[in-house]
Ligand binder design. Structure first.
Ligand SMILES: Cc1cc2nc3c(=O)[nH]c(=O)nc-3n(C[C@H](O)[C@H](O)[C@H](O)COP(=O)(O)OP(=O)(O)OC[C@H]3O[C@@H](n4cnc5c(N)ncnc54)[C@H](O)[C@@H]3O)c2cc1C
Length: 340
């Protein structure tokens, strides 16, 4: 592996940094306090080509690989994790599912608007009673009049309130049958679909997370992604790739917290010296740097395997696990360095 940043990675880092300084950082605190998701910022990210990072140019995307995509998410997360999470859910989950499994006709219909940021996407798997155990989902799609009628509730859905397009996973077969789940593309203006309760989250407060309620929601046969019964396998593959974006998101959070804590430790003086001169603080900073380096190596390995068409499933899980655990530890240590 070559560890040097590519020209396009450097270009993306600079572009996102400048964008953040101008459009995000000045408003981050207010958005967080008000739990406001800035849809206009998502649209501007779309103007920069970041709403369809992995989508080939023929469908209106930027045609980048995961090498560039992880830098978009990492850099954005170091500035504002909420915006990065919303963009990652849009790119990795909704757009990623359509890109990897939809028909040519569906791709031509939806990807240009999703890639330009005209449309925001959601991906709906989780339900109130089924999180990790997604195969027991209760949201049901039943065949009727050349289409399907969907009933049930999805919860914890990122972008649900503002999105225009939803990729939905619903039960079409027997409970616990991995071939009993089908994925559908649903447009938000469907009269059988309502946005439900908004989650009052502890963190990532300006990424919106809501319930989606399906009440006799009718969709046509041609709204199925792939074939009936393929939804669960598709979802597992989408989540495999999604773990890489969550590892990048976590790495960005770690770098943002580390940079802020390091800067403060050089400015703050107690007992006549800068606090980074105390070993207790210096050890914290060293541990943070080691965790960041390790997270980045694991992320790069998973990304390298994916980009080279090798099995990346285990590596993406390890990268997500380590990088997200590290992000929590590093953020906690950063809070300690800031005192209070
Ligand atoms: C900010 C945010 C955004 C999200 N966005 C989306 C989205 O866009 N779309 C979507 O579909 N979902 C989304 N989710 C839902 C998310 O994917 C689920 O939270 C996740 O699948 C876990 O489900 P759960 O929260 O119901 O926890 P549970 O599955 O109920 O787990 C509860 C606890 O039990 C543990 N546990 C569960 N099973 C086992 C086991 N077999 N062995 C040991 N321990 C176990 C878990 O580790 C956890 O500690 C989002 C969640 C969050 C927090």
């Amino acid at each position: 592996m070559d560890f040097r940043l590519t020209e396009s990675q450097n270009m993306i880092i600079e572009m996102v940094k400048k964008f953040g300084e101008l459009h995000i950082t000045p408003n981050s605190l207010e958005w967080d306090n008000k739990q406001h998701f800035p849809l206009d910022v998502f649209k501007k990210l779309g103007d920069l080509g970041l709403a369809g990072v992995l989508v080939p140019e023929e469908y209106g995307g930027s045609g980048f690989s995961y090498l560039e995509y992880i830098k978009v998410i990492e850099q954005l997360a170091s500035i504002n994790p909420s915006i990065a999470l919303s963009l990652a859910a849009h790119n990795s989950l909704c757009v990623g599912h359509i890109l990897d499994f939809a028909s040519e006709e569906q791709k031509k219909k939806y990807l240009p608007s999703l890639s330009s940021g005209v449309f925001l996407g959601s991906w709906a798997l989780t339900e109130p009673n089924t999180g990790s155990d997604a195969m027991r989902m209760k949201c049901v799609a039943e065949k009727k009049n050349n289409g399907w009628v969907i009933n049930g509730t999805k919860t914890w859905i990122t972008n649900a309130a503002s999105s225009n397009i939803i990729v939905l996973l619903a039960r079409t077969g027997d409970l616990l049958d991995s071939k009993g789940i089908t994925s559908f593309i649903i447009e938000k203006n469907n009269p059988g679909l309502k946005v439900g309760k908004k989650e009052d989250k502890l963190g990532m407060r300006s990424s919106e997370t809501n319930e989606l309620i399906f009440d006799n929601c009718f969709v046509k046969n041609e709204d199925i992604i792939g074939a009936e019964g393929e939804g669960f396998i598709q979802a597992m593959k989408v989540l495999d790739k999604g773990r890489i974006s969550i590892a990048a998101l976590s790495l960005g959070i770690s770098k943002g917290a580390y940079t802020a804590a390091l800067k403060y430790s050089k400015e703050r003086e107690q007992f006549g010296k800068q606090i980074n001169q105390f070993q207790a603080i210096a050890f914290k900073i060293a541990d943070m740097a080691v965790m960041i380096e390790s997270s980045e190596l694991l992320l790069n390995k998973a990304c390298y395997l994916l980009n080279n068409n090798q099995d990346f499933s285990l590596s993406s899980s390890i990268a997500k696990y380590y990088a997200s655990e590290s992000a929590v530890k590093i953020s906690n240590e950063a809070v300690q360095i800031f005192g209070g």
